[in-house]
Design a protein around this ligand. Structure first.
Ligand code: DX5
Ligand code: ZN
Length: 219
């Protein structure tokens, strides 16, 4: 069964606490914290996402799935460590040198946090292969990072097929998460391609019944 990590990017600040509570009651498996630094992507959501992560830590035991769309990965890892997230994802495109990537993987793990690497739609899937044995999860962006509410880019589904095959052929345990534009109408094609976790934002947050939508997504 696919797990759902609900993106809190578009949650309304006034209704945040109630919304987080209702998402937990509706059965979300994770809260997906979309951290943007205004450099790696245009928007800067740093303050809001730190605040939301703190709120969630106070009212829920559900795991935080932190997605860093930032250039200075180490600095942002440091700002989230105290919130004890379950996993932290950074973008392969933010760190080019292999030894730097290995260093940050080790650093996140040393802090008892699961490590995940994300790749943008135009990044070749093969670029992530060398790191798969060392990371807990790979995040396949199914939209360009930087916004909620976009349309899923169909061609990214093939990347999921390919990496699932590679993981199986190499007896790896790396979890596959897809992120962006996912809804009850298209989630089955992602499930068939082999994802373990789906990040869903708008399709849940804008729905008038979180429980119903969650049920459709998990069916
Ligand atoms: C985009 C974020 C996604 C996005 C998901 O940069 O990484 O997590 O907020 O939201 P929807 O489901 O609205 O595409
Ligand atoms: Zn995300």
């Amino acid at each position: 069964m696919v797990e759902i990590s609900t993106s809190v990017l578009s949650v309304d600040e006034e209704k945040a606490i109630t919304t987080f509570y209702n998402l937990e009651v509706a059965g979300t498996d994770y809260f997906h914290i979309d951290v943007m630094d205004g450099k790696f992507v245009k928007k800067d959501t740093t303050k809001k996402m730190l605040k939301y992560a703190e709120y969630i830590k106070h009212i829920s035991n559900l795991p935080l799935d932190v997605h860093l769309m930032v250039e200075d990965v180490k600095a942002y890892v440091d700002s989230f460590i105290s919130l004890d997230p379950d996993r932290i994802t950074f973008h392969l495109e933010a760190i080019r040198k292999k030894e730097e990537i290995i260093k940050i993987i080790k650093y996140i793990k040393e802090n008892g946090i699961k490590v995940s690497i994300a790749i943008k739609p135009n990044t070749k899937i093969e670029e992530i292969y060398p790191y798969l044995p060392y990371i807990n999860m790979v995040l396949i962006m199914t939209v360009e990072p930087g916004e909620g509410g976009q349309v899923l880019i169909e061609s990214t589904i093939n990347k999921i097929n390919k990496i699932k095959q590679y993981i199986n052929e190499n007896n790896l345990e790396t979890v596959i998460e897809a992120d962006g534009g996912i809804n009850p109408e298209n989630i089955n094609s992602l499930k068939n391609a082999g994802i373990d976790i789906a990040v869903v934002g708008t399709a849940i947050i804008n729905s008038n019944n979180f429980k119903e939508t969650m049920k459709k997504l998990k069916k």
